[in-house]
Design a protein around this ligand. Structure first.
Ligand code: CTP
Length: 395
């Protein structure tokens, strides 16, 4: 699926740079066009000749060629690429990326790149675990960089732990997935997203703080993998993701009707919306005038959309979300069963970087037998993990 893709392979000064040669070769044999950018130190670990031979193109290291003054344009390189993969990424380069330092061609290319960027960290276990490195990785995730987690294992120092660069074949698989290979072509999904609005009168309403970002990220991820997506969306300020069919709704009732209708034709659904649980029994035609006395508004329960899809789903896939402030996993499992979900994504408002309006999230994927806690990641990366799990279940 990498056929014809333009990949910038950034190589930094780590002992794992020898694996960059294998990675380059795998990208090229998958049909990608590769341009290699190395930091000056990386040249000490793997030669430009090796990398240039494998990439079938000269390697770029300096801003210009000192022999003839030819300029290596990081801007046009950034525009050319579908994806920039920095592997291995040292603690030093990660720190500079997180801060926007631009003191070599690899970094200026990163800052100019408009494409997807992935990093495959490689370093000693203590450097990887250090608060500064973790802070930099969290910042990069917030900036939309995809982090290909290092592996546990024996390190160059002789120590054993987490920090070894992911194997080249694994990096290719991850890049393939996030570049949107069409692994879900021919599949159809419904995604609900955003908050519903329950009118009290023509002026007031009941709603919540959901911005729809998580649901939009899931819809974008499904579409990027070739699925047809109907996004049933409450009011949000977000743009419709590429290739997604959006149905705009306002109330829980409208969302219910649109989701049930779209589900009839679908292979599955992901219920990301923050649906109001209660709606006013009646909606006043005129603006309600205030009086001196206190007032209360009678509310009735809305229909549970996820539970209804769970009731009719048969062999189809159904994923729900839960937002808990305490007893998270136990409450989430109860919902999983009650709504007949295949798995549920639990987010806790307690975690820094999670919740309404953030571009990042901290979630656990919970099913009847397992609970996988994911680290802080961008919502798009969370969406990719959710869709990975869906793909596994579909296959
Ligand atoms: N959901 C739905 N229709 C509703 C209510 C919820 O489809 N009327 C879906 C949500 O999109 C989400 C899951 O059900 O996938 C959340 O379940 P819910 O019971 O609403 O739990 P929470 O909102 O997490 O919290 P609480 O249990 O406190 O209501």
């Amino acid at each position: 699926m990498l056929k014809g893709k333009h990949i910038i392979l950034g190589v930094t000064g780590s002992i794992a740079a020898y694996k960059a040669a294998v990675l380059c070769r795998l990208f090229v044999s998958a049909g990608a066009e590769v341009r290699v950018v190395m930091t000056p130190l990386a040249k000490q670990f793997v030669t430009p000749l090796t990398m240039a031979t494998l990439a079938k193109h000269p390697v770029l290291v300096e801003f210009f060629n000192p022999e003839n003054g030819e300029w290596n344009s990081h801007v046009s390189l950034g525009e050319w690429a579908d994806c920039m993969v920095i592997a291995p990424a040292t603690a030093n380069t990660l720190a500079k990326m997180a801060c926007g330092v631009a003191d070599n061609l690899l970094l200026t290319t990163y800052l100019s790149a408009k494409c997807h960027v992935a990093v495959a960290p490689a370093m000693d276990l203590d450097m990887y675990a250090h608060a500064a490195t973790q802070r930099n990785l969290a910042q990069l995730r917030r900036d939309g960089v995809y982090v290909i987690e290092p592996e546990q294992g024996e390190l160059a120092s002789g120590l054993v732990g987490k920090g070894r660069m992911a194997e080249p074949a694994h990096i290719v698989k991850e890049v393939d997935a996030f570049l949107g290979s069409e692994t879900l072509a021919g599949r159809r999904f419904v995604v609900t997203a955003g908050a519903t609005i329950e009118a009290i009168d023509p002026v007031r309403y009941i709603s919540n703080h959901s911005t729809g970002k998580m649901g939009y990220a899931v819809a974008a991820e499904l579409a990027a993998r070739g699925a047809s997506v109907t996004l049933v969306s409450g009011r949000t300020a977000l743009a419709v993701p590429e290739g997604v069919d959006r149905v705009d709704v306002v109330s829980a009732e409208e969302m219910y009707n649109a989701a049930v209708e779209a589900f009839a034709e679908a292979d599955g659904a992901v219920m990301c919306a923050a649906v109001a649980d209660y709606t006013p029994v009646t909606v006043a035609d005129e603006k309600i005038k205030k009086g001196d006395a206190d007032m209360s508004i009678p509310l009735r329960r809305t229909k549970d959309i996820a539970a209804e899809l769970g009731r009719v789903k048969g062999g189809r896939l159904l994923v729900g979300f839960a937002l808990e402030t305490d007893s998270g996993a136990a409450n989430a499992r109860e919902k999983l069963e009650r709504k007949n979900l295949d798995f549920i994504v639990l987010n806790s408002l307690r975690d820094a970087g999670a919740g309404f309006g953030c571009d990042t999230n901290v979630v656990s994927l919970i099913d009847a037998v397992s609970c996988v806690e994911l680290p802080l990641m961008s919502k798009r990366e969370v969406a990719a993990r959710i869709v990975d799990r869906m793909e596994k279940l579909l296959n």
